[in-house]
Write a protein that binds this ligand. Structure first.
Ligand code: 1HE
Length: 269
């Protein structure tokens, strides 16, 4: 059941460029600038930062989506014209800070994509942990055509999803991937029919919310770091994380529940 966000978090209730609703342990954060195709201006990036830093107590997963015809048109180009190089660095770092809170914040984030997922919109989507794309989704990095470079973490995150060669092609040639192609190259993990993205995203987020918080933490924080390490260091880091996770009281209860027949089996879907 949808409800207003808890009154203990008035700060996130005041964010006018986001529509935020809690559905039990899942928080739905919707970018709400449809007239500008959810283009990310300074205020929206600051509000995303604030929302993800101040997730209400009890939230175990987030669904991020965009209001209107498109997920996100990227950087608000109307704010770009008068920036000096130094101001450009500060601006890019403000995106990094916000998207870091999405990727390495408190809980996993499921992005529900539709329409344009372009430029900074793709940078934001690539900060999320699971991406569900409706059939209408298309992906592009028009920075090259606009005389820009990615500045919202795209050069670090997107090659980790699709490889440097594909991102190079997107940026140099303006190549656009549709939803099916995006699935094939790794831009999303799911494609669903138009209008079905939110249902799928919420279903996935509810499953994520039922996991042990420490396991979710390990997947968000240990897994990508281990994947960036050399194998020897990675295996050692994995052992540490595994030992911490399995020593947790919650994990012991879950294992007992399975052994005593109280927990569900793995089922073919
Ligand atoms: C915008 C923006 C924007 C729309 N900044 N105002 N991003 C881009 O290069 C993508 C630019 N946008 C587009 O290509 C198209 O707008 C879309 C394909 C996303 C959507 O098309 P459509 O036909 O649905 O909408 P529209 O008519 O183009 O736009 C509606 C309004 O939104 C219009 O304003 P209006 O006042 O005339 O109604 C557009 O000007 C406005 N709008 N997109 C500002 N991006 C950290 S670095 C990241 C670097 C980047 O992201 S570069 C890529 C930027």
């Amino acid at each position: 059941m949808t409800s207003a966000i808890p009154t203990s978090t008035p700060l996130i209730g005041s964010l006018d460029l986001l529509r935020i609703e809690s559905l039990g342990a899942v928080l739905h954060v919707r970018m709400n600038r449809p007239a500008k195709r959810n283009a990310i201006n300074d205020a929206l990036v600051a509000q995303l930062h604030t929302a993800f830093v101040n997730l209400p107590e009890g939230i175990r997963a987030v669904v991020l989506s965009g209001e209107g015809e498109h997920f996100c048109a990227g950087l608000d180009l109307s704010e770009l014209s008068e920036r000096s190089a130094a101001e450009g660095i500060v601006h890019s770092r403000s995106w990094h800070a916000a998207f870091e809170q999405v990727q390495r914040g408190k809980v996993p984030v499921v992005a529900v994509l539709h329409g344009a997922v372009v430029g900074g919109g793709l940078e934001l989507a690539s900060s999320c942990h699971v991406r569900v794309a409706e059939s209408s989704t298309y992906y592009a990095l028009p920075e090259g055509q606009r005389g820009l470079f990615v500045g919202g973490g795209g050069s670090a995150r997107i090659p980790r999803l699709i490889g440097v060669a594909r991102m190079t092609d997107m940026m140099l040639t303006g190549r656009v991937y549709d939803a099916k192609e995006g699935l094939a190259v790794g831009l999303s993990q799911y494609v669903v029919a138009d209008g079905k993205g939110l249902e799928k995203g919420l279903w996935l987020a509810e499953r994520i919310a039922q996991n042990a918080p420490l396991s979710n933490f390990a997947v968000m924080h240990a897994l990508p770091r281990i994947a960036d390490m050399g194998q020897d260091d990675g295996l050692f880091a994995e052992s540490l994380m595994a030992a911490i996770a399995q020593g947790d009281e919650g994990a012991k209860t879950r294992m007992r529940d399975f052994l005593e027949g109280r927990a569900g089996k793995v089922k073919k879907q």
